[in-house]
Design a protein. Structure first.
Length: 395
């Protein structure tokens, strides 16, 4: 299956009565069950009865799962017709989540995070990227990343932490945006590196957050420090995706405002385009131009953006199914965007497909045809999920 561009459904390799040979959490061979059984008579067999469809575990490559509180008041104002600026002036917006998250201690944040991780795991998500960004102070950002580390030790789901200290300019910071980013580079990122709290850095490029010039300088230094970098790009205005491509970011996420120029640039690069349909649903705005990105030859991933403000639902499969109806994505393109292409957005190349040498991260759906999974628009859930061949849930 290709990493970039459009995929037709007939490119999906469907194995009837299939089997997977696993050793030490890795896939050794995939093929016909009876053929595998005869070739490996001493292998321990876990035979699944009834109609089941096996897929790789989903990879959610963009979430904000580590937070306290909620923003239900924001949502009520938004559906009543209030603008983003009006909500912020009323005390809502990202800063509301910052305030509530700062009030929680690390242990509470980890407990709340684990609840969300477990729900995601039950929905077949075996790898989850999780951002900070609701601390916006050195110690508070470290607290968030510390909570993610605590949670990682208590779950078999693979967590990929990302530093999003450059989410917005903190209201309680006295200097310019460039001064704040300099502080993050000098005082926060070295501690994150030393304490091994994250290997990725993100920034929100937007008129309400950080400009392209400051972001470019910030990301280049972060890369020099050894971090992978990613960008919240082109959500309301363009410019962010160009920065992402220019600095060699692993992904450019959102892209709702991307036009032909941005699409062409992303397609010509190795930067993964990440669509976040949950944010479009939550904000009542257009979806990322997923069909155009694929047609142009881009690598398209699909992520939940699960967060307390713009994307509180957190149902990755449902969001992807809805995106597919509006953007006319094939079943193969959706599955690719939720698995190996999403893994590429995290610079992970050992998962996302059922093939030799990959992690045995898998999920089984109680249906006889793989097309039923999107047909039910997120209501059909897996009844078995494995991480490195170990079961996460059984029902």
């Amino acid at each position: 299956m290709p990493l970039k561009g459009a995929i037709m459904d007939d490119q999906l390799q469907v194995i009837s009565n299939g089997g997977v040979l696993i050793d030490n959490g890795l896939i050794v061979e995939v093929g016909d069950f009876e053929t595998l059984r005869k070739a490996h008579p001493k292998a321990e067999i876990e035979e699944i009865t009834g109609e089941q469809v096996l897929l790789p575990g989903f990879v959610d490559c963009h979430t904000h799962l580590c937070f306290a509180g909620d923003r239900s008041k924001d949502y009520a104002m938004r559906i009543a017709g209030k603008s983003y600026l009006e909500i912020a002036k009323a005390g809502g917006g990202i800063w509301d989540s910052v305030t509530q998250t700062r009030q929680a201690d690390k242990e509470l944040l980890a407990e709340l995070l684990l609840q969300r991780i477990n729900r995601h795991a039950q929905d077949g998500v075996t790898t989850i990227e999780i951002k900070s960004g609701y601390g916006l102070k050195i110690e508070e950002e470290l607290k968030q990343l510390g909570a993610i580390k605590i949670a990682a030790a208590k779950t078999r789901v693979d967590l990929v932490p990302t530093c999003l200290a450059a989410h917005i300019l903190p209201k309680d910071f006295g200097g310019l945006a460039s001064d704040y980013l300099e502080q993050v580079l000098n005082d926060l990122l070295p501690r994150i590196k030393k304490e091994n709290l994250a290997g990725r850095v993100d920034i929100f490029i937007e008129e309400s957050a950080f400009n392209t010039s400051d972001a470019t300088s910030y990301l280049r230094v972060a890369r020099q420090m050894g971090f992978d970098v990613t960008v919240h790009a082109d959500q309301f205005t363009t410019g962010g995706s160009e920065v992402a491509v220019n600095v060699g970011a692993v992904s450019a996420d959102h892209l709702e405002a991307s036009g032909e120029k941005e699409i062409k640039r992303l397609a010509a690069s190795e930067t993964v385009a990440v669509a976040l349909p949950g944010a479009s649903i939550g904000l009542g705005m257009v979806f990322a131009p997923a069909r155009k990105l694929l047609r142009a030859g881009a690598c398209l991933a699909i992520a939940s953006d699960w967060n307390p403000g713009s994307a509180p639902m957190g149902d990755l499969l449902m969001q992807a199914a809805v995106l597919s109806t509006f953007e006319k994505l094939t079943t193969a393109e959706v599955f690719a965007g939720l698995t190996y292409r999403a893994a590429k957005a995290l610079n992970l190349h050992n998962r996302g497909t059922l093939e030799k040498g990959k992690l045995a991260d898998m999920q089984a759906y109680p249906c006889k045809d793989h097309r039923e999974i999107l047909y039910h628009q997120g209501k059909l859930k897996p009844n078995r999920v494995w991480r490195k061949s170990e079961p996460l849930i059984f029902e």
